[in-house]
Design a protein around this ligand. Structure first.
Ligand SMILES: Cc1cc2nc3c(=O)[nH]c(=O)nc-3n(C[C@H](O)[C@H](O)[C@H](O)COP(=O)(O)O)c2cc1C
Length: 465
């Protein structure tokens, strides 16, 4: 080790050392020893920090291939407190979670709490030099398997629709090419507002997945209705369904219609049917669980939205056709909705009064959604599947329908009241295709859904994604 004497130092340095030693009450040699000791300790701690950083980076980079990365964006709503629990619930499922908090979110939860739960810093600013150098907003958007927005505020939803990129959350949402799952949470009136309805329909058409919101008491005293954020366990389940990368329909986009349509006669009366939507919703849920990107166009039903599915709500057959065409292109389309064949020719804007003889209601034909999509010259789904609800000659009618509508498969079921299928939980299906008729045993609607999804996956297996 080289030896150095104070005498060898230049005069200015010697003078400064003497002053410093006198100030600290030490000899010049002791002062030099103290300085060297402290420099060595700094070096040690610097080396230690660097080693720890290297270990953390190595750990990040050597995460098992099966580990799922979830980027959780926390918006500025009261439900943000539940998002801290969501971090844990996602981790319970083996996910590596990273967090972004919007500016508004930081009024409800702190980046410190979110970061502590994630085990790494939470990101907050688009123009934060450190995080831009460390990770960068584009890498935040890409180094993940799924982006979850919870709570998704009305504001954040509107920004997504508008393609805004003015803050870190919005920029990442615009830059990502990964699936996005949003868990909306807001006051029921904000949720019901026309702008929010429009925005949700657009996001569903853009392929964004939605879980919730639920109905119940709101955080604001005296407020109740639909708008509560889904529970963390529900959101984690929806996220898991989406990142089920081994799913037989991973990389496929599937459209499902479900429920009845309501055709208004006046503001209080309508033509409707008894469809519950149970079969269509079960198919959408099974497709999502199989890894598909699912759009569900649903008529008015009394069912919760299936997890991990983008839902577009409609009332009439005409609205359903518009929503279906907006959702194309898809790999497979399953038309399980019971669409009204006719609608009243005229819809009165005022309630029709009961005086004079009963009115005669003239009907006009509704668009045939199945046939319209099956006969498309361009953008026809690879597989077009219809349902036939029949009370007589079930299979014969289904065979005729297959030809007339130009679809690939018809799932026929007997909806005579005695079967209990309409509104019930089980179903007996005859799958009619160009290859013939296959009669399935009676089973639950969930089982029918899973069987159908397996058939769809097999049929699409050789087609290009
Ligand atoms: C106490 C309080 C609670 C709020 N809760 C919600 C909410 O649950 N949902 C929502 O959409 N907005 C809510 N807001 C309004 C949002 O914080 C506001 O629209 C904000 O701009 C959202 O910003 P962000 O989307 O960037 O997080 C709330 C505001 C306050 C003051």
């Amino acid at each position: 080790m080289a030896s150095l004497t104070v005498r060898q130092l230049d005069d200015t340095l010697k003078r400064r050392l003497r002053l410093r030693a006198a100030h600290n009450g030490r000899s010049v040699e002791d002062e030099v020893r103290t300085i060297l000791r402290s420099a060595a300790a700094d070096e040690e701690s610097f080396a230690g920090a660097a080693a720890r950083d290297d270990a953390a980076r190595a750990k990040r980079e050597t995460l098992p291939a099966a580990t799922t990365r979830v980027l959780l964006i926390i918006g500025g709503g009261i439900a943000a407190y539940k998002s801290l629990d969501l971090i844990r619930r996602l981790q319970d499922r083996g996910a590596h979670v990273r967090c972004i908090l919007t500016g508004a979110a930081q009024n409800f939860v702190t980046p410190l709490a979110a970061g502590a739960l994630c085990g790494e810093r939470a990101y907050t600013d688009l123009f934060d030099q450190a995080s831009e150098f460390d990770v960068g907003h584009i890498r935040l958007a890409r180094d993940t398997d799924l982006v979850v927005v919870a709570p998704a505020t009305a504001d954040l939803i509107a920004k997504m629709v508008g393609g805004h990129a003015g803050d870190l959350a919005a920029a990442v949402l615009l830059a990502t090419d990964r699936p996005i799952l949003i868990a909306p949470a807001m006051n029921p009136r904000m949720w019901a507002a026309k702008a929010t309805r429009r925005n949700l329909a657009q996001l569903a058409a853009d392929g964004v997945h939605v879980v919730g919101p639920n109905a119940g008491e709101m955080a604001e005293r005296g407020e109740a209705g639909t708008g509560r954020m889904s529970e963390p366990l529900e959101i984690a389940a929806a996220a898991a369904a989406l990142i089920h990368s081994g799913g037989v329909l991973a990389g496929r986009r599937v459209l499902v219609t479900s429920g009845p349509t309501h055709e208004p006669l006046d503001p209080v009366r309508m033509l409707a049917n008894r469809s519950s939507g149970k079969q269509g919703h079960a198919i959408a849920a099974a497709a999502a669980a199989a890894g598909a990107d699912v759009v569900l166009v649903s008529g008015p039903v009394n069912l919760p939205d299936p997890p991990g599915v983008g839902v577009v709500r409609v009332e009439t057959a005409q609205e359903m056709l518009t929503a279906v065409e907006k959702a194309l292109p898809v790999d497979a389309a399953v038309f399980a909705a019971a669409v009204a064949d006719w609608r009243p020719q005229r819809t009165s804007q005022r309630k029709i009064k009961k005086h004079g003889p009963p009115p005669t209601i003239e009907l006009v034909e509704n668009p045939d959604i199945l046939s319209t999509v099956a006969h498309r010259k361009s953008g026809r789904p690879g597989l077009v599947i219809g349902f036939a609800a029949e009370t007589d000659h079930v299979v014969a009618n289904a065979e005729a329908k297959l030809k007339k509508k130009g679809c690939d498969w018809i799932l026929a079921n007997d909806v005579s009241p005695a079967t209990g299928i309409m509104g019930g939980d089980s179903n007996t299906i005859h799958l009619v295709s160009a290859d013939g008729v296959e009669s399935w045993p009676p089973q639950s609607k969930d089982e029918v859904a899973r069987a159908l999804i397996a058939r769809i996956a097999a049929a699409l297996a050789d087609t290009k994604k």
